[in-house]
Design a protein around this ligand. Structure first.
Ligand code: ADP
Ligand code: MG
Length: 660
């Protein structure tokens, strides 16, 4: 009996290490092999305070955790943004430093460590045997599980997963890598220190061998075995590894002298089997927020959507409030060209009326090659009346450019003399341009012209060699992407860069600013505020997904979406940032023609909501719908600017680019 409690207590101690490591390894995607070293930090701190200062279990452990937190943050700082392989080296170095200090400094007791640590005592009662101490450890273990769960499965954890999936994309949304990565390292290290303290109190001794590199690697195995990104998996992993000892010794009757050898063989074999048959671990990460009953509803929902009727309120995961929003016209409106008011200034109808299928639409657009580069079909109204071919500049009927932007409009972004060289290639060769506030600006030109590079320069993703980028009167050249995003300029990526193992909804939710759930202390200090805001954030994200036609896929992993669908989610994600200036890099490439229209409608409406848009596009039909100021870029330079009609009227552009 005592033996069973002994094993359970060991499992709890190891699960403490494994769960906390999972926050770093599974949630944030950073491989740390120093978890046992942080255990040593906590264990030795507690042992020294207990033996030399007579401090009680609770205080000695808490102080150990604080030391663990501080060291964890310090270790993480050099690792910021340098990739997971560097983090392995860094934590390896830390583990070596800790183990050599402990083994060699006299004060730490050398190889035998610090002995005679008094047993755990609470309220004057000492817990001496495994049976006695089990309830204490159980409570601590449950607290750790609850804490890690709250942290990992919150808005904070969502950002951690974002960093894991795509760090630059996370920064592009205004989120700072430093804050999240450093804090999660600190938290995981503090809990590791707690595990170390439990270990030391349990065995009444702090010795270097208990916190060796091997031990750290065992914790990594526990996490991988159980399932990265799943805390219950870490407990299962800890149990399997811990119980392998009695299984081998008592059941398989392995000679105790060979036990550790066979143990290593078993761990190795388990890992190989796992990689082959269950790469995500025994209990894989819980990736979709959609329970089974929702999936059934979801398929119904899809059928409704495809029949062109509005989404029913009860089919929504978050309750009926999105449809309320739709009914009140708060949802970003979509295009309705069913009537005769094409291109007038009348209020654009709310999403519901479009989804309600008031008929018409630019149905002709969906045909022909309109979504492809340069190809342009003939546009048709709902009544089936064909617009003239856009390629014919003499034709008048297609004009969407009814509200030519005032040329003197104030610039939100002013770029002067911008230069970017990649070795011998000058990708951007002295660009001057202005993006007018509350308007849509398009950047067009052949592939390789430097358009995407320009967006990268504007938003701090790559340093410019020369020139200046002034956003709202402030020089932003040299600032970080997240700082620039917070100043109000956010980009999307030509290659989409969604978080593949997050759902569409989570992708959009990450981008919404002002989330108390992204602060660990608020998760515990202000749970009500966190819950309320989380609901709002979810609603907002659902609205945005609806506005780009991706509501049905809200709970689908983005990695499972088609390219065009991903592009649509990416637009919703950028919109969610609340940035004033949105830079969209080929937002409709690969998108179904019917949604190209809706995206155009959403973007066209943005200036009325106080937003400014700059879009890189090849799809001329789409550009026509945007009524944009166009810059034509070629070989790293702005060659000319004007309305699309004006550019298309230029003979050599027409020949070279517009494909006449
Ligand atoms: P566009 O978006 O207009 O198609 P890009 O901005 O992607 O063009 O590329 C412009 C030029 O810069 C191309 O010649 C491309 O090969 C080069 N380029 C872009 N990014 C890099 C990079 N990271 N390293 C080297 N060359 C690059
Ligand atoms: Mg590009």
């Amino acid at each position: 009996m005592t033996q069973s409690f002994d094993y359970i207590n060991q499992i709890i101690i190891y699960a403490t290490f494994a769960m906390s490591l999972n926050l770093v390894q599974g949630y944030t995607g950073q491989a740390s092999i120093a978890q046992a070293a942080f255990g040593a930090v906590g264990g030795y701190t507690a042992a020294l305070l207990s033996v030399h200062a007579g401090m009680t279990f609770v205080f000695a452990t808490l102080i150990g955790m604080v030391v663990g937190f501080v060291l964890g943050v310090l270790v993480s700082l050099p690792a910021l943004g340098v990739g997971a392989d560097f983090v392995i080296l860094l934590t390896l170095a830390f583990a070596y430093i800790v183990s050599s200090l402990l083994g060699s400094i006299h004060y730490f007791g050398g190889q035998s460590g610090i002995i005679d640590v008094k047993p755990v005592s609470l309220f004057g009662h000492a817990f001496r045997t495994p049976n006695e101490i089990f309830p204490v450890f159980l409570v601590i273990g449950l607290l750790v599980l609850g804490f890690c769960w709250r942290v990992g499965e919150s808005g904070y954890g969502r950002v951690l997963k974002g960093l894991r999936e795509d760090e630059p994309a996370t920064r592009s949304l205004g989120l700072s890598t430093v804050r999240f990565q450093a804090s999660v390292f600190g938290i995981a290290s503090a809990i590791g220190a707690l595990g170390g303290s439990l270990f030391v109190y349990y065995y009444s001794q702090a010795a270097p061998a208990s916190f060796s590199l091997n031990q750290s690697i065992l914790f990594v195995i526990m996490v991988v075995l159980g399932g990265s990104g799943n805390l219950i998996g870490s407990i299962v992993g800890a149990a399997l590894i811990t119980l392998s000892t009695p299984v081998l010794q008592d059941w398989v009757k392995v000679n105790p002298n060979n036990a550790s050898f066979w143990q290593q063989v078993v761990y190795g074999a388990l890992l190989i089997l796992l990689m082959v048959f269950r790469p995500a671990g025994l209990i894989p990460e819980h990736v979709s927020g959609r329970p089974r009953w929702w999936q059934r509803l979801g398929s119904k929902n899809k059928a409704v959507a495809h029949s062109g009727r509005p989404h029913t309120a009860d089919a929504l995961a978050g309750g009926g409030s999105l449809s309320d929003a739709i009914a009140h016209g708060q949802v970003a409106p979509a295009l309705d060209l069913g009537g005769t008011e094409v291109g007038t200034d009348e209020q654009v109808p709310a999403l519901s009326s479009v989804m309600g299928g008031s008929g018409g639409g630019l149905s002709g657009l969906s045909g022909s090659g309109s979504a492809g580069t340069g190809g342009l079909g003939s546009l048709t109204t709902g009544e089936g009346e064909a617009f003239e071919d856009l390629d014919d500049p003499e034709a008048g009927a297609y004009h969407f450019t009814h509200q030519a932007p005032p040329p003197e409009a104030e610039a939100i972004l002013t770029v002067t003399g911008l230069v970017k060289r990649f070795g011998g290639i000058t990708a951007v060769a002295g660009v001057d341009m202005q993006v007018a506030r509350n308007q849509v600006t398009a950047l067009i030109g052949p592939n390789g012209a430097g358009k995407s590079t320009l967006f990268g320069l504007f938003t701090g993703f790559m340093p410019a060699d020369e020139g200046s980028v002034v956003l709202n009167g402030e020089e932003v050249r040299g600032k970080s992407p997240n700082a620039i995003a917070r100043l109000g300029m956010v980009r999307s990526f030509q290659d989409v860069r969604l978080f593949r193992y997050l759902t569409a909804l989570q992708n959009v939710m990450i981008a919404v600013p002002d989330q108390p759930a992204e602060f660990v202390w608020k998760l515990f200090a202000a749970p009500g505020q966190v819950r309320r805001r989380e609901r709002e954030v979810r609603e907002r994200a659902l609205e945005l997904l609806a506005s780009v036609g991706m509501l049905d896929e809200a709970n689908t992993l983005c990695g499972d979406l088609g390219h065009g669908e991903q592009k649509l989610v990416a637009i919703a994600r950028v919109l969610a940032t609340n940035a004033e200036l949105l830079l969209l890099d080929e937002p409709t490439s690969g998108v179904e023609p019917e949604w190209v229209e809706r995206v155009a409608a959403v973007i066209r409406e943005l200036p009325n909501q106080g937003k400014t848009v700059c879009v890189v596009e090849h799809n001329l039909a789409f550009l026509q719908m945007l009524n944009a100021n166009c810059y034509f870029m070629e070989a790293g330079r702005i060659r000319t600017k004007g309305t699309l009609d004006e550019l298309m009227a230029e003979e050599d552009l027409r020949r070279a680019y517009f494909g006449v």
